[in-house]
Design a protein around this ligand. Sequence first.
Ligand code: NAD
Length: 441
Amino acid sequence: MARSARTPGKAAPAATPTHALPSYLDPAHLGPWGIYLQQVDRVTPYLGPLARWVETLKRPKRALIVDVPIELDNGTIAHFEGYRVQHNTSRGPGKGGVRFHQDVTLSEVMALSAWMSVKNAAVNVPYGGAKGGVRVDPRTLSRGELERMTRRYTSEIGIIIGPTKDIPAPDVNTNEKVMAWMMDTYSMNEGQTATGVVTGKPIALGGSLGRREATGRGVFTVGTEAAAQIGLKIEGARVAVQGFGNVGGIAARLFAEAGALVVAVQDHTGGIARDKGLDVPRLLEHVAQTGGVAGFKGSDTLKPGEFWGCKCDILIPAALEGQITRDNAGRIKARMVIEGANGPTTPEADDILQDKGVLVVPDVIANAGGVTVSYFEWVQDFSSFFWSEDEINQRLVRIMKEAFTGIWQVAQEHKVSLRTATFIVACRRILLARDLRGLYP
Ligand code: NAD
């Protein structure tokens, strides 16, 4: 009992690795995983006695690499590499999205799974952290090929996922259609319909109202809270958004509805701007029809790199990781960066922004709205009782506000960035669970 009664804040001997780290765990390889390791190092001094468990955070619990062979429409066989990483399950089953992208690597999926552990603990939903991905450009696949690839990937990772083991969800280039295929494949293999194996499903298959908009709504909610703390009014604020998909598109819409001016948007097709504010609903329609923001009528085209230096109050990176670097951070004019994407800011850029007095609301709290409503979806699937959209949005806003307030207080108390404060809150929760559970055997 003495062990479980320990509280963070008191000195503890640092955890020591028992042997050299394998190369993919080496912090010198500063990919996304290296960045995550640096973030853990920054938080370790604030963990008190729980620091003896910190090595737990630096090693994924389980990482599965799978070969995903499919027959293409032309009769040839293509092989794709897929991953599912369960970073930590101390607080509950693994939970995190699945990404289809040509640049997916094991290191990236490991980092994304670790950020899920932190995020889930930050908003205090009862999950560990996991993430999956397939290295493929889904735009090169036909609908049939995409379905076969999704189903084969699901079968391959089926040995470690499940409603009480690890619950995937959408991420970059995956959506509710992909989740429906995943749910069906898992259910066929299990011989029973298991709606709770994935979240982000279509409503007709046990999906939750409000899930599609949840991440963007969370970005807007914590963004509004953070803006209030620095005396920035949303009405009339100039907002720039990178990535105009599920997260960026919804966040832009909600900021525009609250009276902000969305002055610049960049996606994989290019950058556009309008000083008086873009017509966001029309831009959403344009993207739905053409696949990107390029060529939107009534907007100016931004030259490559121009986006980062645009005149704005709020910058929302909502595309991929590693976008704000030491090369462009100095040019950012925003007062506040809200990280819709996972890992969009490198640690060097983080420092540059902090020195400039730019408030960074980190991914691990800013984009936690998605997993929060995924949690609601999972709970609803288990109880087979579904809530109204109002109920969901109210609960989402309450959880996001409470989490942000707690993190803001920790940041003030320790005079640290919001990122470090979020890691402090989350890592304490994860390692307390680890400490209470102890080691088996
Ligand atoms: P999405 O596929 O819906 O949209 C991705 C957007 O990024 C698109 O607009 C695309 O054009 C843009 N993009 C891609 N490559 C780009 C590049 N090189 N330069 C500029 N823009 C580029 O994906 P999403 O679901 O909106 O996810 C975006 C980010 O948010 C990812 O980092 C994801 O991990 C994170 N996230 C998503 C959710 C969710 O619920 N969807 C939850 C938490 C975090």
